[in-house]
Write a protein that binds this ligand. Sequence first.
Ligand code: HEC
Length: 379
Amino acid sequence: MDDKNLFGVACLFKDPNKLLPLVKKIRELGFKNWDVHSAYPLHGIPKAMRLKWSPLGYIALIFGLSGASFGLFLTWWTMSVDYPLIIGGKPWFSFPAFVPVLFELTVLLASVGTAIVMLFVIFKLPNNRHPLNDTEYMKKVSSEYYGLVVESKDPNFDYDRIVSIFKEYEPSEILDINYQELELKYQPKVFDWKFILFLVIISAATSAFAYFYNNKVLYLPPFDFMLNQFKLKPQESSTLFSDNFGMRIPVAGTVARGEKFYPFKGKPEEAGTKLVNTLEPSEENLKLGQQKYNTFCSPCHGWRGEGDSRLNGQFPNPPSLHTEKLRNWPDGRIYHVIVEGQNIMPSYARLLSEKERWAIVLYIRALQRSLNAKQEDLQ
Ligand code: HEC
């Protein structure tokens, strides 16, 4: 017995009904450090032991409420503040739609948080050493016996007295439970290099498997899940059409949705006399014009329309937009160039809406005025 210490004294019963009176007796005698073990929950025992309620319920409540508040904040922040989207005409903060998110986060945090607290705080994992582990007593109460242990650290512990109390209840067996000092001092080696290596190998293997399974195995022929489809990318040629052009021009005479038929095709002078810019030269419209001009026109015409292209000679430089000719052109005439293009300048009708075209015309007017200001502009 030199390296063995007494953990406690235990008794075993085959019949749970014989255990119950003993439990009551032990509790009445005022023992503090004692416990009952069985392979499954026994009705009446917790009550007879006067067990306190486990704190786990409150822990689950706290985690659940945190999950719910986090979910509420997340849905409110993403859907009402950071990236509001109109979905079915509903308000930004449409509570019913967020209930599933709230529910999921509540359940997730409550279950994961409670399990972590239970395992690592209450059970003190990764340390799983306990004097009862690996004992004959544990083996028996894990199968057909029901047991009770009084620990030696109990202030009322008196070996002979306890054994005599046990004997009154006719147990099948009374046994001492010993442990080794060494065993209790055992520290789990979580940072042992072999354990770390094991974790690294496991994670690398799982990642590699997941990668190959999800990216390769799943798509083995014939299961390509439409990954490879016959389609044309912009600028690609196609043998489907006799002219081998992949990008098609709309059939002559078609008018796309939201667009108007342009009646001045090939008639620039008529466009100049008949088209009128109805757009106000407001700050908003000029801003729009500036933005669109800078995007679509300035690469060739220059930031201020002086014909100073940024294309380094890859496209012929256009004439300045500040010529006498252009200043005298009516608005509709400039509009016409945007719609139809002019000689080598292509049409920009497909890229710009009617409003945007007129806004650009406004902006060109502003540019012209800026480089050719009159005396009265200064007042
Ligand atoms: C790819 C280069 C390029 C882009 C982009 C471009 N243009 Fe032009 N533009 C030209 C060239 C080149 C000419 C001269 C065409 C010619 O020889 O008649 C021209 C001519 C013009 C003219 C007539 C000038 C004149 O004196 O006859 C106007 C007006 C005009 N562009 C407006 C615009 C507007 C508005 C945009 C933006 C929507 C735009 N351009 C985008 C190259 C471009």
